[in-house]
Design a protein around this ligand. Structure first.
Ligand code: AMP
Ligand code: TRP
Length: 343
């Protein structure tokens, strides 16, 4: 079975509509036909300062939401990145093969470091290298993500090819899996900007865990364009176009069919139905998330099982990597614990 891997950061109390349509929904679909590995990337989250207590809580919330959205631990491997230490080990190796200039060209780094200014960490700079390690460790064929991750995936491909070229065939060169229609969901208040937990206003973003009333209010206040026609037109009607794409993704109906349905009806009726589509999708996820979070030990068991499965694959890849680059193998019978100095 071909393999997929993807990751999502535990940096908010809820995923938003962009995460859901751009990434998570594809994760759920792909677990049926791929050997799927999905991780909550807590080590990526700490590239900007995080409150420790919140980080723990949000890691569980993230995992619970993924399960609630449809990930099945019997069909995929769901784990927490920091539970598999090989991620950071491979990141070091790959970091030693990444050019400083190459890393400097990452647009997400430029955006984010611009925001945090003098607080910018070395970790934020090497973030895409850790991401490459996440992907390459599992020899993933496909990586389902939104459009904003395309450049990071290009770096992962480059690093896989560079390693294979220098040290012999080791890694699979991964392909981005980006669905065009949902690759970039826009801010409801500013349809020229991506919906984003770090830069959108609360009114511009729909959270998966928003209550039905909040969802209805946000959709009714979403920015529409001049005129009253429900018609997709990226240049003239970016707000309505974004809403049409969301409607289409949720309902499965093509955009043209939705345009035809609301011809002459105005924005009001269209938005009302869109809000109900969102409520119908997110209310069950919200309820299941709360149910899962009510039993942390059960959730932690699922994550431990995931880390066990992921760790097996990661350890195998890392052994190959160490051999390839010439690190002296540690002798198992002389392992750290076996020959430890007496206390
Ligand atoms: P992050 O929240 O940055 O960890 O992103 C998790 C996943 O959601 C990644 O695959 C992103 O590419 C995707 N994503 C984030 N924002 C959007 C958006 N506005 N539209 C589509 N996909 C998105
Ligand atoms: N950088 C990704 C984001 O912000 C998250 C991520 C980390 C990821 N590791 C990954 C995505 C590996 C795909 C594969 O969305």
């Amino acid at each position: 079975m071909p393999r997929v891997l993807s990751g999502i950061q535990p940096t908010a109390d809820s995923f938003h509509l962009g995460n859901y349509l751009g990434a998570v929904r594809q994760w759920v679909a792909l677990q049926e036909t791929y050997d799927a590995f999905y991780c909550v990337v807590d080590l990526h989250a700490i590239t900007v300062p995080q409150d420790p207590r919140l980080l723990t809580e949000r890691t569980r919330i993230a995992a619970a939401q993924l399960l609630a959205a449809g990930l099945d631990p019997d069909k995929c491997t769901l784990f927490v990145q920091s539970h598999v230490p090989e991620h950071t080990e491979l990141a070091w190796v790959l970091g030693c093969m990444t050019g400083f200039g190459e890393a400097s060209r990452m647009t997400q780094f430029k955006d984010k470091s611009g925001k945090v200014g003098t607080e910018t960490s070395v970790g934020l700079f090497t973030y895409p290298v850790l991401q490459a390690a996440d992907i390459l460790l599992y020899l993933a064929d496909q990586v389902p993500v939104g459009e904003d991750q395309r450049q990071h995936l290009e770096l992962s491909r480059t690093l896989a090819q560079r390693f294979n070229h220098r040290f012999g065939e080791t890694f699979v060169v991964p392909q981005p899996y980006i669905l065009k229609e949902v690759a970039k969901i826009y801010d409801l208040q500013d349809p020229s900007a991506k919906m984003s937990k770090s830069s959108s206003s609360p009114q511009g973003i729909i959270d998966v865990l928003d209550t039905p009333d909040v969802i209805r209010r946000k959709i009714s206040r979403a920015v529409t364009d001049t005129g009253s026609e429900v018609r997709a037109d990226e240049a003239e009607k970016p707000g309505v176009t974004n809403l049409l794409r969301i409607y289409s993704a949720l309902s499965g109906d093509p955009v043209e069919a939705i345009e035809a349905r609301y011809a002459g009806a105005g924005y009001g009726a269209f938005k009302k139905d869109l809000a109900e589509q969102l409520v119908a999708t997110f209310a069950p996820i919200r309820e299941r998330t709360n149910a899962i979070l009510a039993d942390p030990p059960a959730l932690d068991r699922i994550l431990a099982r995931g880390a066990g499965r992921a760790g097996k694959v990661a350890a195998e890849t890392m052994t190959a990597v160490r051999n390839r680059i010439g690190l002296l193998p540690a002798t198992p019978s002389l392992s750290r614990t076996a020959v430890a100095d007496p206390p």
